[in-house]
Design a protein around this ligand. Structure first.
Ligand SMILES: Nc1ncnc2c1ncn2[C@@H]1O[C@H](COP(=O)(O)OP(=O)(O)OP(=O)(O)O)[C@@H](O)[C@H]1O
Length: 207
């Protein structure tokens, strides 16, 4: 067991509405540093919306999300980071990837090797990379040492099997070493069973 101090996200009685649809009603769970909690639910169920809410990209309708008992400040770096299946939406299209990445943190060169990122990609803008290349840079940016919890919303789906396996091993290692808490959304139950320490399944029709 790690000797580092552990943090906890407490999601309490969360209700999330999108338009006139209630996606999540009275959802409660806890996530600790080092946990890798998987959420498996069908398409359209509300996984991405839940991820955005927990990462503070979107407001809750009711309920609370506390980090170690406190409301997370909307100012400064958010210790809960989200990477999703649309990495192009999380980069400024007019800035080079280098500028966007180094605004967050300054990764050691070994990180580029680990994530199979070529240094030449960094001088380009987001539209000049493939989805899979951009996904790796988004992940690297989110691995900023200030990140305490990482939400991975199908963020590796567009990578080939070899790179996917490599990246999941890195994420598992980080979750143990830092320790980093992870919330992982996927349709892929086999992937969740391989990488998660616990999984919540939402399979039933709810309307
Ligand atoms: N901005 C929005 N305005 C209105 N409805 C939205 C908006 N964003 C998402 N929705 C709807 O909310 C529901 C949940 O969407 P969400 O993307 O969270 O689901 P998901 O479980 O992540 O789906 P998938 O697995 O297909 O990515 C869907 O019915 C979607 O059409």
């Amino acid at each position: 067991m790690s000797s580092l101090i552990k943090s906890t996200i407490k999601v309490d009685n969360l209700t999330i509405k999108q338009g006139d649809k209630t996606l999540w009603r009275n959802l409660s769970f806890c996530l600790q540093s080092g946990d890798r909690l998987g959420i498996s639910a069908p398409s359209g169920f509300g996984k991405s919306t839940l991820g955005r809410v927990i990462a503070h990209w979107q407001k809750v309708s009711s309920g609370s999300i506390l980090l170690d008992g406190n409301v997370i400040s909307t100012k400064g770096y958010c210790p809960i980071q989200l990477v999703n299946q649309h990495p192009e939406r999380s980069f400024n299209p007019y800035r080079t990837l280098q500028a966007s990445l180094y605004d967050a943190w300054n990764p050691a060169p070994c990180w580029f090797d680990k994530l199979s990122i070529k240094s030449t990609w960094l001088a380009r803008r987001p539209s000049e990379l493939s989805g899979g290349e951009l996904a790796r840079i988004a992940l690297l940016r989110a691995l900023d040492p200030r990140t305490q919890f990482l939400i991975v919303d199908e963020a590796t789906a567009q990578l080939d099997a070899y790179i996917q396996a490599k990246i999941w091993q890195i994420l598992i290692d980080e979750s143990v070493k830092r320790p980093l808490g992870m919330l992982i959304f996927s349709h892929n139950k086999t992937l969740l069973q391989k990488v998660c320490t616990n999984i919540l399944y939402f399979d039933a029709a709810r309307d």
